[in-house]
Design a protein around this ligand. Structure first.
Ligand SMILES: [Mg+2]
Length: 223
């Protein structure tokens, strides 16, 4: 009987000790971010899936419907497209780099002009061209890469545009500052920007577009 009581006491102490251990671990455990390798696995599987293009397509279709309903024949109608992950896909580079980035590898990739078109955006572009809507590309990529970017756009089917704005080499403004300034210029030139389409919030904030459309991009962020 005595031994049984001792056993019970030890068990209770053990449970209390265990509970104390779990409690002390709890804040760290709940605050631990999800494992980076697992996050990358999820992103890799999404961008390689049909779902990624379907999600893009859903947004570009919505944009087309909206633009179609807002064409104003009394105005110089226009749309704005971002380039990377909106008009051109750098998925090959992203996967090769395991979603990393260095200036030199990026420039090397860019110089190849081998980024395929994002097909739902190309379709939207062709439709807009058929409707005589002016098309402006605004890219955060710097001017020194204009030629390879231009070649790339032309090679994959973006046959012409009204203007391709690229960031001056010495401009270090955030995209969220630089891009609205350009849309303001376009507006000042007398265009009515019906829609601005991009894969980053920074492509879209800051006004000078009737409506904005955000494409998915779980791979990187540009502020
Ligand atoms: Mg982009």
């Amino acid at each position: 009987m005595k031994s049984h009581r001792v056993k019970v006491v030890l068990t209770v102490v053990g449970v209390v000790a265990l509970a104390a251990t779990s409690l002390s671990l709890a804040p760290t455990k709940s605050g631990e971010p999800r494992n980076l390798a697992l996050c990358k696995e999820d992103v890799r599987s999404y961008v390689n899936s049909k779902q990624y293009m379907e999600d893009i397509s859903a947004v570009t279709s919505e944009a087309e419907n909206y633009i179609d309903r807002h064409i104003d024949t009394t105005k110089r109608n226009a749309i704005v497209l971002d380039i990377d992950e909106t008009s051109l896909s750098n998925l090959k580079y992203e996967l090769e780099m395991d979603f990393g980035y260095t200036v030199s590898t990026w420039n090397e990739w860019r110089q190849k002009s081998q980024a395929p078109a994002i097909l739902p955006t190309l379709k939207l572009y062709k439709w807009a061209q058929s409707k005589k809507i002016a098309l402006f590309f605004i890219s955060g990529t710097t001017e020194d890469l204009r030629e390879p970017v231009k070649t790339n756009l032309l090679n994959v089917g973006y046959a012409s545009w009204d203007s391709l704005y690229m960031r001056p080499v010495k401009n270090h403004d955030k995209a969220a500052v630089y891009k609205p300034k350009i849309r303001n210029e376009i507006t000042e030139d007398g265009y009515y920007i019906i829609a601005s389409i991009g894969d980053q919030e920074s492509d879209l904030v800051g006004g000078y577009a009737e409506k904005t459309f955000k494409l998915p991009n779980p791979m990187y962020i540009v502020k």
